[in-house]
Design a protein around this ligand. Structure first.
Ligand SMILES: C[S@@+](CC[C@H](N)C(=O)[O-])C[C@H]1O[C@@H](n2cnc3c(N)ncnc32)[C@H](O)[C@@H]1O
Length: 309
């Protein structure tokens, strides 16, 4: 039987790991570093950390919001450079302007998806509300953050579309086979086997482990990834709900300009359909800080694969 499975997140500073599914709400461990029982110094340190985290949280929301302006500026620059070319050079690129127009439409479309990704992030975590400033003016984000927003778009294609299947097979299948080999279904009650995926990115490997019937927790410390995995794992309840243009920011290594604007649909599977006996969760925070208790997990699997560009 399949059920809808809600995946909840917790924050680093609170270091609380929560598993939740449609039938079960189970707090696995709780280490509240902001408790009132500590010394004055440790409480001040915890408050400072919480403030810094909130600031960081807002800066990532800003980066997502800045995506459209930043991307359109890049196009305007390309248009300006094109205008400066001599006419006989322009004549060699007859479809250049049309391609820029198409790219602009795709940017606007991607921005609609981005708005959905950040729509409910204030309530991302079950143990705290990180409030965004609703009236905050969007300001330029560092290029490093903007690159991460673009990477998220490509990672959606890699993890949650049909087009990413070959790469997923190459990277995830060996990990999945190893888990099945180590804990075969005929010898183990697989839902009792706890698998941890540190650096889980957008959560596809963790989801596949849970789909095989093992209890699985993904762990991730990047808000870019956590916002997006929350959107996919908790809000996308059917297949191929959304269209995205992941490759529009790549101006080289395209065989044709239409490659740049080719769309993908996501998610290729319904992420909320899992066996109800399986615990599936994502824990937010630095792997080294969150998992200090030895012995909870039977398997820890790392999968650090490169993004296809
Ligand atoms: C190369 S990506 C791989 C993501 C995913 N495993 C995949 O195969 O698509 C590595 C991920 O690990 C996360 N990461 C790196 N160090 C981490 C840490 N100490 N704790 C939690 N996550 C971490 C990064 O944010 C990034 O999303």
């Amino acid at each position: 039987m399949s059920v809808h499975c809600q995946v909840e997140l917790t924050t680093t500073s609170f270091c609380c790991i929560t598993c939740i599914n449609a039938h079960n709400y189970l707090v696995l461990s709780k280490m509240n570093s902001c408790g009132s029982g500590g010394s004055k110094e440790s409480n001040i340190r915890a408050e400072n950390e919480a403030e810094a985290e909130e600031k960081h949280f807002r800066s990532i929301i800003n980066a997502f919001k800045y995506y459209r302006t930043h991307s359109v500026r890049r196009l305007l620059l390309a248009e300006k450079y094109f205008d400066e070319l001599p006419d006989h050079h322009k004549a060699m690129l007859p479809s250049f302007r049309d391609n820029l127009k198409r790219l602009r439409i795709c940017i606007y479309h991607n921005y609609e998806i981005i708005k959905l990704i950040i729509a409910d992030v204030d309530h991302l975590f079950e143990n705290t509300v990180l409030e965004r400033d609703q009236d905050a003016v969007i300001h330029p984000s560092p290029e490093t953050d903007m690159e991460k927003v673009r990477t998220v778009l490509k990672q959606i294609a890699r993890d949650w579309t049909v087009q990413g299947e070959a790469e997923r097979n190459a990277c995830y299948t060996p990990v999945l086979k190893e888990i099945v080999k180590s804990f075969p279904k005929d010898k183990y009650k697989t839902e009792n086997i706890q698998v941890l995926i540190p650096g889980a990115g957008l959560g596809r490997l963790a989801f596949e482990v849970a789909r095989l019937g093992y209890s699985c927790q993904g762990n991730e410390f990047s808000f870019f990834m956590l916002f997006t995995s929350n959107f996919i794992l908790n809000r996308c309840k059917e297949t191929n709900l959304y269209v995205l243009y992941p490759w529009i920011h790549q101006f080289c290594n395209n065989l044709a300009s239409s490659d740049q604007t080719s769309p993908v649909q996501f998610p290729d599977v319904n992420p909320t359909q899992l066996n109800p006996d399986v615990n599936f969760s994502m824990a937010a925070g630095d792997f080294l800080e969150v998992y200090t208790d030895p012995g909870i997990f039977c398997i820890k699997h790392y999968c650090f694969k490169c993004s296809f560009s």
